[in-house]
Design a protein around this ligand. Structure first.
Ligand SMILES: *Cc1c(COP(=O)(O)O)cnc(C)c1O
Length: 221
């Protein structure tokens, strides 16, 4: 069962830091999500296309659905009609496909560019050189149905708080550089999605504007 006391504690902490709480509901049932929804939470994150689509269909329509996982290009079309924010754009080809499907649905889709900040090699995302190169090339910024709202990153999965702190601080610095170089005239580029159940406090301290918290609210998966 979801921990509604924890939810309200997190909500207060996020409000205090001007950050958005994304409740990560992957693997959790529609009933569990409804209990969190009824406690006032309207933003949920999922990492599987089939699951987010099923839940979108079954749950109240004022929920904002964020896609937080690795997204395959051939599946963008299924979430394009309703997704509110895609956190993990990690290639130009994926960005172009989201732009195309957004256009097909006559809407704009909000996205974050994912940066690789962890030591683990398994996590997706651009490094700073790649991101600078891709933005300099220009095409990404011409995609009219894409609204690039900021950056997203995942820290190393470790107990070493110092390490995690450094990675979040690094992402914050990258955000500032990318913003001033490529988005200085775009007020929508303002989000830094970082922080999960184990490290949201460090993320908020380092300027996170969106934390993606699952197990602390819903319990272990
Ligand atoms: C699962 C997941 C989360 C939430 O993880 P918890 O540790 O349960 O809070 C956050 N971000 C991404 C990308 C995830 O896949």
């Amino acid at each position: 069962m979801p921990n509604l006391n924890k939810l309200s504690e997190l909500k207060k902490l996020c409000d205090k830091n001007n950050a958005l709480l994304v409740a990560v509901s992957k693997t959790k049932s529609v009933e569990e999500i409804l209990s969190v929804y009824n406690a006032g939470q309207k933003v949920f994150g999922e990492n599987k296309v089939q699951e987010i689509t099923d839940k979108y269909e079954q749950l109240p329509k004022d929920i904002e659905w964020h896609f937080i996982g690795h997204l395959q290009r051939n599946k963008v079309k299924y979430i394009a009609p309703f997704v509110d924010l895609i956190h993990g754009v990690d290639s130009l080809r994926l960005a172009k496909e989201i732009n195309k499907q957004a256009n097909n649905n006559q809407r704009k889709i909000r996205v974050l560019l994912q940066m690789h900040i962890a030591q683990e090699s398994t996590k997706f995302g651009f490094d700073m050189d790649e991101l600078t190169e891709i933005l300099s090339a220009g095409e990404l910024l011409t995609l009219e149905n894409l609204e690039i709202c900021g950056l997203m990153g995942m820290a190393t999965f470790t107990d070493d708080a110092e390490q995690v702190d450094q990675e979040f601080s690094y992402l914050y610095n990258c955000f500032q550089k990318i913003q001033s170089r490529f988005f200085s005239n775009k007020e929508n580029f303002k989000e830094i999605s970082m922080g999960m159940s184990g490290d949201y406090e460090l993320a908020l301290k380092n300027g996170s504007t969106m934390v993606r918290v699952g197990s602390a609210i819903f319990g272990e998966r």
